[in-house]
Design a protein around this ligand. Sequence first.
Ligand code: SAH
Length: 347
Amino acid sequence: MFKATLTIAWITCVAQAWIVPHPQNRPSTQLHVAAKIGRGFQRVKDSLTSAERSREDLKIGIAGFYDRSTKLWEEVWGDHLHHGYYVPADRTDHKQAQIDMIDEVLKWAGVDQATRVVDVGCGIGGSSRHIARKFPGCQTEGITLSPYQAGRGNELAAEQGLANQCRFQVADALDMPFADNSFDLIWSLESGEHMPDKKQFINELFRVCEPGGRIIVVTWCHRDLEPGETSLTKSEEKLLRKINRAYYLPQWCSVKDYVDLMEAQGATDVKRDDWSYIIAPFWKAVIKSSLNLKSVIGLLRSGFSTQRGAYAMFLMLRGYKKGLIKFGCLTCTKPMSKKTEKTVTIR
Ligand code: SAH
C-alpha cells in the first residue's frame, strides 16, 4: 500500500510538472485541466491510503453520495435506509424488518405519542412518514444533506397524502434551522455516524428539543474502550478508516461517549443498548439482494462511490463479527431546567 501511495504521489508530481506549461504561456484551460488531473490523483491517493476527509469535503461528499446512491437503494430496498429488526433471526421479509425497527425503537424508548418530530438525517423520510401515520396529527420535519433525498421525501409524502404532515429540506444537523425547544421527539436513525462533531450534534439535538421531550439516537458506534485502553487497536482503526472512506464517515465514537455527552446536557434517564445481535442478518441480506441482474446493472450505472459503498458492506460485516462495530441505541429526556453543562472530551 505504501509503495502504491508513493508511486501515485510521484506520478501526480510529474504529471503536474509536465502538464502545466511555463507561466508566460499558460492558457487558463490548460491550467484548469492540470488542476483537475491533480485533484483526481489526490483523490485516488486519498482513497488508497483511506485518508480522513476535511469537514467541508465530508459534507459535500455525503450529499453527493446519497444523491447518487439513493435511487438504486430505493428501487431494491424501498424508502428506509437503515438496518432491519431481525427477531426472529431467520425472518425473510426485509422491508417489514426495517419498519419493525422503527416501532421497536419507539417501544424500547417508551414513546407512545408525539406531536412535533424532527427526523435528523432523514434519508427519503421513511421514518417520518411511518411516525406521522402512527401518531395521527403529528407534524414532522426531516433534514438531510442530500437535495435528491429532500426532494424525494416531499414527493413521497405528497403521493401518500402526508404532505400536510411531513416536510423535508436540506439542512445541516450541526446547525439546524429550527428554534430552541421546537419538538417533543427528536429522532435520529443511523445518521449520527456521519457527524464530524459528536458534541455539537448532541448539543443541537438538545437545543431543538423541548424540556421534557425525548431524544432517540440509533447509530453506528465502535466498541466501548476497556479499562486502561486509550484507543482502539491499530488494525481496528485501519478497518474503520476504510469504511469511513466508502461511507463518508468521520471518526467514530463509542456508545459510552454518547452517554457521557447526553449526561453532560443534564439528562438523567439515559438508556443505552447494543442491538448488534438484532441487526446481524441485515448485511448478509443486503449483499444477497445485490446479487441479481437489476442490482448489478444499477450498481454499474451509479458510479464509483456507490460501487465502493457496496464493497464496504463486507467490511461492515467484518467489523460486526469482530465486535468492533456496535449498533448503538440511546435515548434520554431533556431536563426541565438547564443544568450547568459538564465538559466531555470526545476525539
Ligand atoms: N434516517 C434515514 C437515513 C439514514 S442514511 C433512514 O433511516 O432511512 C443517513 C442520512 O443522514 C442521510 O440522509 C444523510 O444525508 C444524513 N446526514 C448525514 N450527515 C448529515 C448532516 N450533517 N446533517 C443532516 N443530515 C445528515
